[in-house]
Design a protein around this ligand. Structure first.
Ligand code: CMP
Length: 138
């Protein structure tokens, strides 16, 4: 079991001024920031990042949204990071997200859902490496 996960604070949460609130929740939940950057994906980069979803009907909407404005990308470290972070962010659909989760507080819809969290140790490594080189991890 790996001890890292990967997250993005998505364009909706950045626009709504929630970077600080979300980082505070991440910090309070005991995650350590290994790498972090404020950046913006091109449509092509978003398409590549979400390639696993390319056959889904929402792929176009997803990649357009994820390239619509700046994001914060980060690698987070904690014991049991992937599962614990998914608990902290809550269900993909904010209508189904538990009280006290990041998505319950800050997400607006299933597409504009404030944050991303890796769904497996394998994907955490792939996704982290999409944004960060070894020299950018501390
Ligand atoms: P995330 O976990 O970052 O990765 C896949 C994303 O696809 C997911 O968050 C949602 O934001 C998005 N997604 C999933 N289902 C839908 C849907 N039905 N319509 C739009 N976006 C979706």
């Amino acid at each position: 079991m790996s001890n890292v996960t990967f997250t993005m604070i998505k364009p909706d949460a950045v626009k709504n001024g929630n970077i600080g609130n979300i980082l505070q929740m991440i910090n309070n939940a005991g995650f350590r920031i290994v790498a972090m950057k404020y950046t913006k994906l091109s449509l092509e980069q978003a398409g590549k990042f979400y390639e696993v979803h390319s056959a889904r009907p929402f792929y176009g909407e997803l990649t357009e949204f994820m390239s619509s404005g700046p994001i914060v990308a980060a690698i987070l470290e904690k014991e049991n990071a992937v599962a614990d972070f998914r608990t902290l962010i809550g269900a993909t659909n904010p209508a189904e997200a538990a009280e006290g989760t990041i998505r319950k507080k800050y997400a607006t819809s299933i597409g504009e859902n404030a944050v991303h969290g890796s769904d497996s140790d394998e994907n955490a490594l792939i996704e982290g490496s999409f944004f960060f080189s070894g020299l950018e991890r501390f």
